[in-house]
Design a protein around this ligand. Structure first.
Ligand code: AMP
Ligand code: ZN
Length: 468
């Protein structure tokens, strides 16, 4: 497989450090609100990378953090008059629900910044000992110029950066040796969460958490480090500086960055009124359609989100699903009939589709081309599999279609949804069971509804329900 590596600015052949194993670190969201539709792009793209590598036989250790201490979280907590943990835990849970809707599998580990403070302190100590960091008045700064390769990822020249950053000196950080130095540890302010450290009570800088968590959960060297392209500078540049200065080893072998999602060709922003959370979008569209839409473009290209384009994806996905349900029907109806010799010969074409799908994915995760191959497969199924075909023939086609879609995380068989009237009947049955002290049956019904994504809330006015 070839992947475009931001570090080398070319497509490099992917070679894992350890045979058959891949360690991937993806910078996750800051949890102060529902995730927005732009945040969903790296989640979907790199979840697909993970699925594809697993499909090709690799064992993948996929680590993605939650930034759960940050100015925005603290501001929100102060607005609501609650502890910042209340905010971060709430939005981690909400983020996980959105991920589930988007069919983004949970990471192998989802570390949280606030749970890794001791290791962060250790890394800062190492950096100070090695002369890469210094403390002034309770703040610890990374001495950027001490890392000679600074700028290698973003291809920025340190002297150009310096002249462009003079104004940083007047932002209340006059104590820095150099305007380019960035914060590793900052002292607490009134009303902020804090931790004890050798430099006083305070909290870590944002860049540090990824260096520390990737080391802890993957190792000093990670195979693939990924995130949105806005993170290249300064976040990823700073991660490299911290990790390579602390560990004296190369930090990440391949750097993959997704392009940005725009809304109607404009940057998404609250002030423009074109800002959408995944949750809002889920009220209008099946999130599977959103996933399919995101994968219809190459991950490095900018992607424009508009009602028309999503509608086109909806139709495309429907075409695939219709073909799938027709194949299933024929395979069930003609289940017992074995393959004819012509059919056996005709099935060779499925191997070709799989091969071409792999070629597309091997070319820097070209999901757009991979989806084109799926459409060709659908066309072939629609012409070659007929009502007279054997059950086995239809089943082979179905399985091929299902396998390729699974790699993309696209569900082609639609889950049966409960109708409102079914839900209400079940709730009534549950109330009756509770009245009769048949709690086993009551719990059974609650669980059944939960599996179908129906959440129950017992209120004084009776039971209320909603779809998750
Ligand atoms: P944040 O919570 O802002 O740190 O973002 C979490 C992830 O979402 C990062 O990988 C960002 O690069 C990515 N991201 C944020 N906005 C967009 C967008 N509009 N399009 C694509 N990716 C985005
Ligand atoms: Zn990061």
């Amino acid at each position: 497989m070839k992947v475009y590596n931001t570090l080398t600015r070319r497509k490099d052949e992917f070679q894992p450090i350890r045979e058959g194993k891949v360690g991937i670190y993806v910078c996750g969201p800051t949890v102060y609100d529902y995730i927005h539709i732009g945040n969903a792009r790296p989640m979907i793209v790199f979840d697909t990378l993970r699925r594809y590598l697993e499909y090709r036989g690799y064992e993948v250790n996929y680590v993605s953090n939650f930034t759960d201490v940050d100015d925005k979280i603290i501001r929100r907590a102060n607005e609501e008059g609650v502890d910042s943990k209340v905010i971060s835990e709430r939005y981690i849970e909400e983020c996980k629900k959105d991920m589930e809707g988007l069919n983004v599998r949970p990471a192998t580990v989802h570390p949280k910044a606030t749970e890794e403070i001791p290791d962060m302190i250790e890394m800062i100590k190492t950096l100070i000992e090695k002369g890469h960091a210094y403390e002034v008045n309770g703040t610890v700064y990374f001495r950027t110029r001490s890392f000679s390769e600074y700028g290698k990822l973003s291809k920025k020249n340190i002297d150009d950066l310096r002249s462009g950053n003079r104004e940083l000196l007047v932002s209340g950080e006059e104590e820095k040796e150099d305007p380019l130095d960035f914060v590793l540890w900052k002292p607490k302010k009134e009303g902020e969460p804090f931790w004890e450290s050798p430099w006083g009570e305070g909290r870590p800088g944002w860049h540090l958490e990824c260096s520390v968590m990737s080391k802890k959960y993957i190792g000093d060297i990670i195979d693939i480090h990924a995130g949105g392209e806005d993170l290249i500078f300064p976040h990823h540049e700073n991660e490299i500086a911290q990790s390579e200065a602390a560990n004296d080893k190369e930090f990440a072998r391949y750097w993959m960055h997704n392009g940005f999602l725009k809304i109607n060709n404009e940057k998404m922003s609250k002030s423009l009124g074109n800002f959408f959370t995944v949750r809002e979008i889920s009220e209008k569209y099946d999130l599977q359609v959103i996933r399919f839409f995101m994968l219809s473009a190459h991950y490095r290209s900018p992607l424009n989100f508009s009602a028309d384009l999503v509608e086109a994806s909806k139709n495309g996905l429907e075409r695939i699903r219709n073909a799938a349900s027709r194949l299933l029907e024929i395979s069930e109806k003609n289940g017992d009939s074995p393959l004819t010799s012509e059919e056996e010969a005709a099935l060779k074409v499925l191997e070709e589709y799989k091969e071409r799908f792999n070629q597309a994915m091997d070319d820097d995760l070209n999901t757009a081309d991979a989806i084109s191959v799926i459409f060709e497969l659908v066309k072939s199924a629609n012409t070659n599999v007929t009502e007279q075909s054997s059950g086995a023939f239809a089943k082979n086609y179905y399985e091929c279609l299902e396998t390729l879609n699974q790699v993309l995380g696209i569900e082609i068989t639609v889950k049966e949804e409960l109708l409102d009237s079914d839900i209400e009947a079940l709730i009534e049955e549950r109330q009756a069971a509770r009245k009769n002290k048949d709690f086993a049956r009551a719990d059974e019904i609650r669980n059944l509804l939960q599996e179908k994504g129906i959440l129950l809330e017992d209120t004084r006015e009776g039971v209320r329900w909603k779809r998750a």
